[in-house]
Design a protein around this ligand. Structure first.
Ligand SMILES: C[S@@+](CC[C@H](N)C(=O)[O-])C[C@H]1O[C@@H](n2cnc3c(N)ncnc32)[C@H](O)[C@@H]1O
Length: 226
């Protein structure tokens, strides 16, 4: 997230995230940002109006058959990753805390079979526990500060069905030192919590977003036990 954005948008994001995080509401600023954008995607720093390339590459490589299977897109933003999962044949649920983002998804994809919902990762329906064969998490963990990191990971891990898969696309960092965010890249120590939450890492690909980009990104696949 936050690649190649104009300075004023970067400042706005930093200011909103700092203000809401100080008020113990680290997810609250996203609705402000989406509502202020008034459906101009250029005002949403992470919006690309296309699936994330690392999701697309993962789908092309693994070519999972979604027929009869469920998928969940966490913090789905403007919906492009959810739509990619739907094209793969999955029955997709996609949620975001921002009602403006979800309304925008429904406007962009009026004939979609994706079940778009407003929901808060921190207060999910218990019926979603172990309910999804494929859970896709793109750039949301990194969008939330370290003080809620364990809470975020504990909310995501239980969503994966037995023998199901979790795909994470995220920035990663090499130290356990707290980074200056947003975004707050993930450390190995933080990712290791997913293993304690019964998920086994089965694949990790590191990538950079451009030739001069020094920020490490990762596409990580986890498998849940049967
Ligand atoms: C950096 S954006 C990434 C959006 C999308 N996944 C993408 O890659 O384009 C983070 C998203 O997480 C959503 N979000 C933040 N906190 C959330 C929460 N507690 N529950 C659900 N969604 C949340 C935001 O509204 C935002 O759409």
């Amino acid at each position: 997230m936050f690649e190649q954005q104009p300075e004023d948008l970067r400042k706005k994001v930093k200011q909103l995230a700092t203000e809401f995080t100080q008020n113990a509401d680290p997810s609250g600023w996203f609705e402000v940002l989406y509502a202020d954008a008034e459906r101009d995607a250029q005002q949403v720093p992470w919006a690309r109006l296309a699936p994330h390339h690392a999701v697309q590459e993962w789908l092309e490589k693994h070519n999972p058959s979604g027929n009869g299977k469920s998928a969940l897109a966490i913090g789905c933003g403007l919906g492009d990753d959810a739509e990619a999962l739907s094209r793969q044949g999955f029955q997709v649920t996609a949620f975001d805390i921002s009602s403006s983002a979800i309304a925008w998804c429904k406007q962009r994809f009026p004939n979609s079979s994706v079940n778009y919902q407003v929901a808060d990762l921190f207060h999910l329906d218990p019926a979603w526990n172990r309910a999804f064969d494929l859970v896709v998490e793109v750039r949301n963990i990194q969008a939330l500060p370290l003080k809620v990191r364990s809470q975020v990971l504990r909310a995501i891990a239980p969503l994966v069905a037995p023998e199901g898969t979790l795909l994470i696309i995220t920035r990663i960092r090499d130290t356990e030192t707290e980074p200056d965010g947003p975004p707050w890249a993930l450390s190995d120590g933080e990712l290791a919590q997913l293993q304690q939450l019964r998920l086994t890492e089965i694949e990790r690909n590191i990538f950079f977003e451009g030739e001069n980009d020094e920020v490490k990104h990762a596409q990580i696949t986890y498998r849940a036990p049967g």
